[in-house]
Design a protein around this ligand. Structure first.
Ligand code: ADP
Ligand code: MN
Ligand code: MN
Ligand code: MN
Length: 359
């Protein structure tokens, strides 16, 4: 793991302070998404324990420092939308996920949640479930994948996927810590696995209904960055972190509606394929920055130029799991979204394409 020079704190010294009594006050960590899809956060002391998001005050930050507002009108407002137990501070302390709003009362340009929440609300009767597979790469302070030889490469892909053992997996302690932190925070994390490229990992969140999918994924990303920070390791969500014969990183998006999960659901899934095909270009536009380097038709991806789907096909845009085809009902997997895609935009456009807009 990271040597001590990479650490910003000495855990042993810190411990006695973490255990100090807070005298009944609680700390709320307000979290939001900035202009480049990274998380930001700041802390607020509250007089007493909070049990619902409605009890939390609005807050604000300097949007000119995050690329979210001009310098001459820099206040951006934080509206709490969901709370989670804080695995770092524990006790009654909480994490607070926020939407960003401008001073004129309109959603901030980078507040993708607002539109998605309207779509989810409008089509709530469909009972959309999502499951996201978040792939990511762990990098050392030098920006090169953790554990790779300096300026060089490890042996070719093969032994690393779901790997076990030295020289097969790297940074399992971060992965394990993140898993526990997610469970503590109440994130519906459904599993983890080591990926095809060494130092690349995946975790899955879901199934979650409607807007909760985006909320939970963003908190899980916050937790990952925050855990990795303690180990002096960087998290990269780049879709193709290393060029050449190395797998990219995606955000496979598993989707179902109530009709798809019921008898005869396969017909509903097939009808959905036609709709997705017709809006391929619009989907790709919000499926992540740099995705063209990943969707090459190689390394278990489909081509970015063409929508394709098939049963058990990991080289297409959408895969219908074999079990789903066999059962005649279930869900489909949209394999196009890149690891850095915004889950509000991804789930939002899927609902819009399958069900129409908000009116
Ligand atoms: P893969 O075989 O593609 O690696 P994973 O097991 O990593 O699949 O992820 C599958 C995801 O699909 C999980 O997040 C799971 O919660 C989700 N999922 C399972 N059933 C449904 C469903 N009916 N609707 C939506 N998502 C689902
Ligand atoms: Mn998976
Ligand atoms: Mn994977
Ligand atoms: Mn998958």
């Amino acid at each position: 793991m990271a040597d001590s020079t990479a650490l910003s704190s000495k855990a042993g010294n810190l411990q006695k302070f973490l255990e100090l009594d807070q005298k009944g006050k609680i700390i709320a960590e307000y979290i939001w998404i900035d202009s480049v899809g990274h998380v930001r956060s700041k802390s607020k002391t509250l007089p007493k324990k909070v049990s619902s998001v409605d009890e939390l005050p609005e807050w604000s930050f300097d949007g000119s420092s995050t690329g979210q507002a001009p310098g001459d009108n820099s206040d951006v407002y934080l509206r709490p939308v969901a709370i989670y137990p804080d695995p770092f501070r524990r006790g009654d302390n909480i994490l607070v996920l926020c939407e960003t709003w401008d001073s004129d009362g309109t959603p901030n340009k980078f507040n993708y949640r607002h539109e998605a929440a309207k779509l989810m609300e409008a089509h709530a009767s469909e009972h959309f479930w999502f499951g996201l597979e978040q792939e990511y790469t762990l990098l050392g302070p030098d920006g090169w994948p953790w554990g790779w030889p300096k300026g060089g490469y490890p042996g070719p892909q093969g032994p690393y996927y779901c790997g076990v053992g030295t020289n097969r997996v790297y940074c399992r302690d971060i992965v394990e810590a993140h898993y526990k932190a997610c469970l503590y925070a109440g994130i519906n994390i459904s599993g983890i696995n080591a990926e095809v490229m060494p130092s690349q990992w995946e975790y899955q969140v879901g199934p979650c209904e409607g807007i909760e999918m985006g909320d939970q994924l963003w908190i899980s990303r916050f937790l990952l960055h925050r855990v990795a920070e303690e180990f002096g390791v960087q998290v990269s969500f780049a879709p193709k972190p290393i060029h050449g014969d190395w797998n990219g990183a995606g955000l496979h998006t598993n989707v179902s509606t109530e009709a798809m999960r019921k008898e005869g659901g396969l017909k509903v899934i097939e009808a959905a394929m036609k709709k997705l095909e017709a809006r391929h270009v619009e989907h790709i536009a919000v499926y992540g920055e740099g995705n063209e380097e990943r969707l090459t038709g190689r390394h278990e991806t489909g081509s970015i130029d063409k929508f394709t789907y098939g049963v058990a096909d990991r080289g297409g845009s959408v895969r219908i799991p074999r079990q789903v085809a066999k059962d005649g009902k279930g869900y489909f997997e949209d394999r196009r979204p890149a690891s850095n895609a915004d889950p509000y935009q991804v789930t939002g456009i899927i609902v819009e394409t399958l069900c129409g807009g908000v009116n």
